[in-house]
Design a binder for this molecule. Structure first.
Ligand SMILES: Cc1ncc(COP(=O)(O)O)c(C=O)c1O
Length: 404
């Protein structure tokens, strides 16, 4: 019996799953079924020490901590993130959130001319849409490409919407609602052909789906560390293509971006070099400390291996949902599917609440359903158990199983 079980396990999870060795690094996995990395990645144990190191240097070195460690930490963390997306050294600056990264980009742009069109899809994260919509008051003309099915975004329609009057194309790499992976390259090619810039939101990809900013040739890439990079809140990144990083002049700026910040000069700024050129004022230093342990683990685990395992886990979720006749709001093609599978089973909102009560950590979104987001630290057994828990909840609710 045991042998058969082991064989099945080995088939489903070949020896490649040495990622499981990272499980002890995440305390919450001992207490919960943690499948919500699309929202907040599990905290690495190392964050306790890292946060303590922040306190220690503040307590013992006081203001000297700035020159000894804190000032350059933004660049250090930026380079660590850059290493995961093949960004050139010094091309990633650090910010509070993705919305403010978009603001930095927008502040480099001039909407007063004929080229003032902003093209994106309605599957962008709402905060990003709210931000670009608000740029209408600066002269932006927003063109939103709608989804047909709530899962996919038509690459062709996005491409068709990008024209000679397009200034910028802010798009998500992996759609937060459905986990659809956009075909970024042809969008970038079209944008560049007509002289437009592309801002790629990698929040739902980096750390789980390979991102290569150089191969994709994007102009900007943004995201945060709190989801798939297991780095906590308040730390987001902005990659600027190195050649643009030499010339762009953000008017959302501050003394960190000045060529000589400690000169405390008066009058207009003189821009320094990237990455600080794209920053403003004092950075979120404790956020950098909490980000570092997760980044180290992701580097060690390797995104290629994480991705392989992720595809197996999301396939398993779809298989189990299909067996039960539940609606799956995620792409069927594994190559187009990120790390999340949204399942709209009967009473999905109530099911989600009950799952949370039972320490199966997932979330629910309108027009999506219950979102299951396993990461490299999860197992197939946990997936089976999570779905078995849904079965039990539904049967208590008196909902008969549809298929199986
Ligand atoms: C794709 C995407 N972009 C942006 C955000 C959030 O942006 P911000 O960092 O401004 O809160 C999220 C959060 O879930 C997201 O999924």
């Amino acid at each position: 019996m045991l042998c058969k079980l082991e064989r099945i396990k080995a088939e489903l999870f070949p020896m490649t799953d040495d990622l499981i060795r990272f499980r002890p690094e995440f305390p919450i996995l001992e207490r919960t079924t943690y499948m919500i990395s699309n929202s907040l990645g599990a905290m690495p144990r190392g964050v306790y020490d890292s946060a303590r190191a922040y306190c220690d240097i503040w307590a013992t070195r006081g203001v000297r901590a700035w020159e000894e460690r804190w000032w350059m930490l933004a660049a250090e963390v930026g380079n660590a993130i850059g290493g995961i997306m093949n960004a050139a050294h010094g091309s990633v600056s650090m910010h509070l959130n993705v919305t403010s990264c978009q603001a930095v980009v927008a502040s480099c742009l001039d909407f007063s001319g004929k080229r003032n069109k902003v093209v994106y899809s309605d599957m962008n994260f709402p905060s990003v849409m709210y931000f670009w919509e608000a740029q209408r008051s600066r002269g932006a003309r927003v063109h939103m490409v709608p989804t047909d099915d709530g899962v996919h975004v038509s690459t062709q329609r996005l491409i068709d919407a990008i024209d000679e009057e397009t200034l910028v194309v802010p798009i998500s790499h992996v759609v937060f609602r459905s986990s659809y992976i956009k075909d970024v390259k042809p969008i970038v090619e079209k944008a560049h052909r007509v002289g437009a810039l592309v801002v790629l939101d990698c929040f739902q990809s980096l750390g789980n789906v390979p991102v290569d900013v150089q191969a994709l040739n994007v102009d900007f890439a943004v995201g945060g560390v709190l989801k798939w990079l297991c780095g906590g809140a308040g730390t987001s990144y902005l990659y600027v293509r190195p050649d643009l990083g030499k010339t762009l002049e953000p008017n959302f700026t501050g003394w960190f971006a000045h060529e000589n910040p400690f000169g405390f000069e008066t009058g207009p700024t003189r821009y320094g070099e990237a990455p600080f050129r794209f920053m403003q004022g004092t950075s979120n230093v404790p956020g950098f400390y909490t980000a570092m342990p997760g980044l180290k683990i992701i580097h060690e685990a390797g995104v290629a291996r994480i991705r392989e395992k992720s595809k197996k886990m999301t396939a398993r979720l779809i298989e189990l949902a299909d067996q039960r006749g539940w609606r799956v709001n995620a792409p069927r093609d594994p190559e187009r599917r990120g790390g999340t599978v949204a399942i709209d089973m009967p009473n999905s909102k109530e099911v989600c609440q009950e799952l949370l009560r039972r320490d199966v950590l997932v979330d629910w979104r309108p027009r999506a359903g219950v979102r299951f987001s396993p990461h490299f630290y999860n197992t197939l057994e946990e997936i089976d158990r999570a779905i078995a828990t849904v079965d039990e909840i539904l049967s208590r609710m008196g909902v008969a199983e549809t298929a199986k």
